[in-house]
Design a protein around this ligand. Sequence first.
Ligand SMILES: CC(C)(COP(=O)(O)OP(=O)(O)OC[C@H]1O[C@@H](n2cnc3c(N)ncnc32)[C@H](O)[C@@H]1OP(=O)(O)O)[C@@H](O)C(=O)NCCC(=O)NCCS
Length: 168
Amino acid sequence: MPPGTAHARLAAGPRAAYRRAVQIRPATASDVPVLLDMMEDFNRIEQIPWKRADGEAPLRTLIGSPDLGLVGLCERGGSPAGYFILTWGFDLEWGGRDAFLTELYLRPELRGLRLGEPALRAALTLARERGARAIHLMVRTDNEPALRLYRRAGFLAPPRVLLTRPLS
Ligand SMILES: CC(C)(COP(=O)(O)OP(=O)(O)OC[C@H]1O[C@@H](n2cnc3c(N)ncnc32)[C@H](O)[C@@H]1OP(=O)(O)O)[C@@H](O)C(=O)NCCC(=O)NCCS
């Protein structure tokens, strides 16, 4: 494991509780089925219309394309505990690469145990290590645990509204 990487720091960091709590590693193609299971629940919570059959190909593309982003798999005791997804953008406002945390998810039985914090910390570290200067995310206004986690980690709402238009 290369020293100084997020993975290495999580494994060797001083906070033993976190080390026991959750380990993060880049997802591989063999993790796709378990990731799709978790993504089904994530998109249901987020009320995003999403179909497993349509989601698999872009997930495989992302896992195989570090230039697009990365998928982090969270494990606890060797079992899948959750995941996060980072994708890269480029914004002159931030002087270069920025990151979008498009998904952060823990399995239902592992929520409320403060495992979100080390998972989020790993996502921020990995984004920084890959050159991102800022990180963005969207969160539902009624998702109180997520809002509290993100605010505690320093996320702020800019005085702008995100607008989206499909291009298909
Ligand atoms: C959002 C998520 C990653 C947070 O991780 P977590 O480990 O469960 O969060 P924590 O245990 O650290 O709790 C976060 C905060 O929410 C509070 N909280 C926990 N459960 C809560 C609940 N049911 N209602 C209100 N607040 C709650 C905690 O007290 C804590 O607040 P504090 O930091 O002010 O003390 C996790 O709950 C999850 O995966 N949820 C489902 C997917 C999701 O919503 N992802 C985010 C989409 S943007």
